[in-house]
Design a protein around this ligand. Structure first.
Ligand SMILES: NC(=O)c1ccc[n+]([C@@H]2O[C@H](COP(=O)([O-])OP(=O)(O)OC[C@H]3O[C@@H](n4cnc5c(N)ncnc54)[C@H](OP(=O)(O)O)[C@@H]3O)[C@@H](O)[C@H]2O)c1
Length: 348
């Protein structure tokens, strides 16, 4: 039996990926689609400015959009709401009993809100039932942080990581449909994305942090300095990462750490888990957004070959690529909800 779900912000770029990936999902079935007041009552296919390569899924094409209902009729909601609407609506829905899997940033750093990448910290989901709400808010990290965390977690496990310096080259779609000007970016780049570097620096230690039942989450001792840029790529965030490891590694050991990483027990068995999780490039001309962002149906990440920055094996540079709308947003949130279901946290 499938669990009925609501998609909040269903007409946006993230909402469209939710609709695409939930169509035919083995655990979840879309019951309600929510968007802004202008779309209320319209069939989804008529209201949406559809931007995905395949057509609008038949399962949702004729579903009529609802505008911000006072209460949700499903226990599970996936949110692709714009930041302002998310800040206003997600809390009350969770207080009323819904489990809201959100991509918005508002609650990410709340101490009782798990900030989840299932392979790295799916165990943090156990924080959610202790929230002072009948339901819960479970957050996806920022789309740029997701790629960094998945590339760094295997290195943390094998060698320890003390610091990362990152330059991000972020796709246009990361700004959402409402940022029309950015969506049109061509032959240019924007060398600063407001708030993005701060999010990476605060979110990574929380994701990599340790949590024991009954205790508070202890953030990992890792510092991140980032410069974040918008580039004229449609989808896929590329990060140029310099890391300082806790212990020396060889290039082959770095590659092996990525190649063999499958994360926490059970994560690789989730219905949408990618195999492999991390693709390691042979040559320095990879990864590239155009060719590699859709690996593992957008849920796998790619890393380029590591190059040493010192003679001692502790400082390395590499690139990493992840799909911002899939692993960094809707696909990641669905994977997290699959993990919550596996852990017995959702009804059904
Ligand atoms: N784009 C990415 O790569 C990415 C990655 C990670 C996280 N995020 C986060 O995910 C969220 C969605 O991003 P996006 O890129 O999909 O943005 P988007 O394309 O601008 O979509 C925003 C969605 O929110 C809806 N909305 C806005 N105000 C509303 C209201 N008052 N009531 C109901 N619905 C309302 C919009 O509906 P209407 O069409 O009716 O206005 C639309 O469906 C944002 O919080 C963003 O920060 C985005």
């Amino acid at each position: 039996m499938t669990i009925p779900v609501t998609v909040l912000g269903a007409t946006g770029l993230v909402g469209q990926v939710f609709c695409e990936r939930l169509a035919g999902h083995p655990l979840f079935q879309i019951e309600t689609l929510v968007a802004g007041p202008e779309s209320a009552g319209l069939p989804y296919a008529e209201a949406v400015r559809w931007r995905r390569p395949a057509g609008v899924p038949g399962e949702v094409a004729n579903l009529r959009l609802v505008s911000t209902p006072e209460r949700l009729t499903t226990q599970v909601a996936f949110s692709g709401l714009s930041p302002g609407a998310a800040a206003r609506l997600e809390g009350p829905y969770a207080e009323d009993g819904a489990w809201v899997f959100t991509n918005a940033g508002h609650h990410r750093m709340d101490p009782d809100v798990p900030l989840v990448i299932p392979e790295i910290n799916g165990d943090h989901l156990a924080l959610a039932p202790a929230q002072d709400r009948s339901g819960a808010i479970v957050a996806n990290p920022n789309c740029t942080t997701v790629g960094l965390a998945l590339a760094i977690a295997p290195l943390v496990a094998r060698f320890g990581v003390g610091a990362a310096r990152v330059v991000s080259l972020q796709a246009r779609s990361g700004a959402g449909l409402q940022a029309g000007e950015i969506m049109e970016l061509e032959d240019d780049l924007i060398p600063f994305i407001p708030g993005e570097a701060v999010k990476m620096a605060s979110e990574l230690p929380k994701i990599l942090g340790r949590w024991h039942p009954g205790g508070a989450l202890v953030p990992a001792d890792v510092t991140v300095q980032a410069t974040c840029m918008r580039v004229p790529v449609t989808h896929g965030h590329t990060l140029c990462v310099d890391v300082t490891l806790g212990a020396a590694a060889s290039e082959e050991e770095m590659r092996a750490a990525w190649r063999t990483y499958s994360g926490l027990e059970g994560a690789a068995d989730l219905p949408s888990a990618p195999h492999p999780l991390i693709h390691v490039a042979d040559g320095p001309e990879h990864p590239r957004p155009g060719g590699h962002r859709d690996r593992g149906q957008g849920l796998a990440i790619s890393v380029g070959p590591p190059a040493p920055l010192d003679a001692g094996g502790r400082r390395w540079t590499f690139t990493t690529l992840s799909h911002n709308l899939v692993r960094g947003a809707a696909g990641g949130a669905i994977l997290t909800a699959e993990d919550a279901h596996r852990r017995g946290l959702l009804d059904g």
